[in-house]
Design a protein around this ligand. Structure first.
Ligand SMILES: C[S@@+](CC[C@H](N)C(=O)[O-])C[C@H]1O[C@@H](n2cnc3c(N)ncnc32)[C@H](O)[C@@H]1O
Length: 260
């Protein structure tokens, strides 16, 4: 069972370090924006970013490409940072800004008066226990006819090194599984891309820090680790070493879909 309080705690702790350390998540956001430019000719008016985070990174990236006004709704368990709120409010093409502090899973189940033309989500949906149910709720309750859903998440072999050494991992689904979820929900998929991005660390401690600074605490806290378990983990990780470096493999997935 995913603990939402823990997610909120970890991402609040990481709010000042996330943007500079979440290198792969930034690339994922850039890819979403590039693809949206290819597929969306006219600008969309009502935009919602699910799991926007304290830094609203994807919305900030997306706002750089705007040429006409949007109304923006940001949903997350954590508060939006004040300076980010001000940057968005001062943006010439951001009209109404709504920030909703909520569990996005429950929020998407509600009936909404506003239906969105564009739903964005970057590096978030892997935290959702029932992605198929969520996609159906987005389709039924949140998105306009002909509206676009553009999101990224991670595929099965994400953090493969950690998964093979600990029992403690999120459930990641394959591209094919996501395609099935999207199809079942009613979406037509325009783009489905998977890629791999590896980060390398000089010492394992830096890899652990990287996880913490990006809000990802997949691994149990040190309090749960006996000395022997930790030594086994360090020893086990040696098999993945590339030269002198310790790799961490990200496997992002990007989807652009339409409701029609
Ligand atoms: C990796 S961050 C992504 C932040 C941002 N979207 C970006 O572009 O980098 C994941 C975000 O999802 C949020 N999140 C995870 N589960 C959530 C839930 N059930 N409801 C709302 N937000 C959630 C976390 O609080 C965190 O801010």
């Amino acid at each position: 069972m995913i603990n939402k309080d823990k997610i909120a705690f970890n991402f609040t702790q990481a709010q000042d370090t996330y943007a500079t350390n979440a290198i792969v998540q930034k690339r994922m956001g850039e890819k979403i924006c590039q693809l949206l430019n290819l597929f969306i000719q006219e600008r969309k008016l009502k935009v919602c970013d699910l799991g926007a985070g304290a830094g609203a990174n994807l919305s900030l990236q997306y706002s750089k490409s705007l040429t006409s006004k949007i109304d923006l709704t940001l949903v997350d368990l954590v508060e939006l940072k004040q300076e980010v709120k001000e940057a968005l409010l001062n943006h010439q093409f951001v009209g109404d800004l709504q920030k909703i502090k909520a569990d996005l899973v429950l929020w998407c189940k509600e009936t909404h008066k506003t239906k969105y033309d564009l739903i964005l989500s970057n590096a978030t949906l892997q935290w959702v226990e029932n992605p198929q149910g969520l996609l159906k709720d987005i389709f039924d309750n949140l998105i306009q006819e002909n509206g676009v859903l553009a999101f990224s998440t991670f595929a099965k072999d994400n953090f493969i090194e950690l998964k093979s050494l600990t029992e403690n991992s999120l459930t990641y689904y394959s591209k094919e599984e996501w395609l099935k979820f999207l199809d079942n929900a009613g979406f037509k998929v325009l783009v489905a891309q998977e890629f791999q991005s590896k980060l390398y660390f000089e010492v394992l401690k830096d890899l652990f820090s990287h996880l913490k600074l990006t809000g990802v605490n997949n691994l149990k806290t040190s309090a749960h680790w006996t000395k022997t378990k930790l030594l086994d983990f360090y020893k086990g990780f040696e098999q993945f070493k590339v030269g002198k470096h310790y790799p961490l493999t990200y496997r992002p997935l990007i989807f652009i879909c339409v409701k029609n």
